[in-house]
Design a protein around this ligand. Structure first.
Ligand code: NAD
Ligand code: ZN
Ligand code: ZN
Length: 392
């Protein structure tokens, strides 16, 4: 089959590799019909996430048709159309039982490696996201093996096109969980979102769905700000305005009640950081440039929430923790518990509350992935979200 492979920092290629096979009786094989490139993939492209190996298959946002099931799979059958959450979860461990699917204890055989590196577990397994997260082959490919298929295969029984349901795999639940973590008081609270990438776009629209009185989004790319403005979201271009002053002015002086950092490593990674060679040089940038998170903490009103869907790794320092303490802020962060949100958000899509395809700007064949990784990373050509057709 054809697949997108990580070949080293800033280098991906499309190659022919062996088809996946069932390894465990609880596995299924899915023929991928659509797959997307995520901001999280850019951290791999940049070389910020350790433990990638040359030839690893990328991709964690994908959907398709079940073509084979292991003998223990009960809820899926050949021919089912499924979306697959980007986290792999067993469904039975204590964490999964509590709905903390991204913390699954049984889906990441490499927990120990993360403990050695960070002194803490990396959480459950992820598709196409390094050996730290289990070393699973990703879904930017024609076929993919789905472990724990009964838990991770969500049947789509409506005839909604792929483009409307594909983002249930990650960015819609991720934006939604980020907004939900803010405990928004309907009709009262103002929410500011830093980063108008795909995750920020869904976080901002989710904050609206959850009743925020006003949502403000911050970025520097006019087309990203424009897309948000189309939904009635206020915008701040941080290259044109002083963010902290603008946020105060927009909130009667108190600052947004809650803030969402939908930037993460992007703040330092995809600019000059992408061109640096050594881990030390990259870490230096990490120390120097965590601007979005600083703005988030400094702007947030007293008693508010700093919700962080943006991915961080390694050590980050120089945070204004004094301000956070003085204001009594609550921090919420982490990988999304995607499984929790797929059914309720699908119901919102079916009800016409939101059409998630609004973020797509580029549609292409899998063979064009190397070029589109660059286009998405560099925000060229108005690129906001790329969807690839593995058979195109
Ligand atoms: P993206 O790279 O397309 O978007 C990031 C945006 O942030 C860009 O538009 C950029 O211009 C903007 N930005 C950079 N510095 C900024 C600053 N100082 N202030 C305001 N905006 C700034 O990526 P994306 O696909 O939207 O993903 C965003 C983040 O969410 C990434 O870190 C990604 O890894 C993470 N993510 C997390 C989860 C999860 O489970 N928690 C899931 C998916 C993605
Ligand atoms: Zn993603
Ligand atoms: Zn589990």
């Amino acid at each position: 089959m054809k697949a997108v492979l990580w070949q080293g920092t800033n280098h991906v290629s499309v190659e022919t590799v062996p088809d996946p096979t069932l390894l465990l009786p609880s596995d299924a094989i899915v023929r991928v019909s659509s797959t997307a490139i995520c901001g999280s993939d850019l951290h791999l492209l940049d070389g910020f996430i350790p433990s990638m190996e040359k030839g690893d298959i990328l991709g964690h946002e994908f959907m398709g048709e079940v073509v084979e099931v292991g003998r223990d799979v009960k809820t899926l059958k050949v021919g089912d159309r499924v979306v697959i959450p980007f986290n792999i979860a067993c469904g039975t461990c204590d964490y999964c039982q509590r709905g903390l699917f991204s913390a699954c204890d049984n889906s990441n055989p490499n927990h120990r490696m993360a403990e050695a590196l960070y002194g803490a577990t990396s959480g459950g397994g992820l598709f196409g996201y390094s050996h730290l997260y289990g070393g699973y082959a990703g879904g930017q490919a024609q076929y993919v093996r789905v472990p724990f298929a009964d838990v991770g295969g969500f049947k789509i029984e409506t005839d909604l096109p792929d483009e409307q349901v594909l983002f249930l795999t990650d960015i819609f639940p991720t934006g939604y969980q980020a907004a939900e973590n803010c405990n928004i008081v309907r009709g009262r609270d103002v929410v500011a979102v830093f980063g108008a990438g795909p995750v920020g776009q869904f976080a901002a629209r989710s904050a609206q769905m959850l009743g925020a009185a006003k949502v403000i989004i911050v970025d520097r790319f006019p087309e990203r700000l424009r897309l948000a403005a189309e939904a009635g979201i206020e915008t701040i271009n941080y290259e044109k305005e002083d963010v902290l002053i603008a946020l105060k002015e927009a909130t009667g002086g108190r600052g947004p009640d809650h803030v969402i950092d939908a930037v993460g490593l992007e703040a330092h990674g995809h600019g000059p950081g992408a061109l640096l060679d050594t881990a030390q040089q990259k870490m230096k940038l990490t120390f120097d440039r965590i601007t979005a998170l600083r703005w988030a903490i400094l702007s947030c009103a007293k008693g508010g929430t700093v919700s962080m869907p943006g991915v961080y790794g390694g050590l980050v320092d120089k945070l204004p923790l004094g301000a956070a303490f003085a204001k009594g802020l609550t921090f919420k962060m982490g990988q999304t518990h995607t499984h929790r949100y797929i059914r309720p958000l699908l119901a919102h899509i079916e009800a016409g509350d939101i059409d998630p395809s609004f973020v797509i700007t580029h549609r292409a064949a899998l063979a064009d992935a190397p070029q589109l990784y660059k286009t998405f990373r560099d925000k060229h050509d108005g690129c906001i979200k790329v969807v690839l057709n593995p058979w195109g």
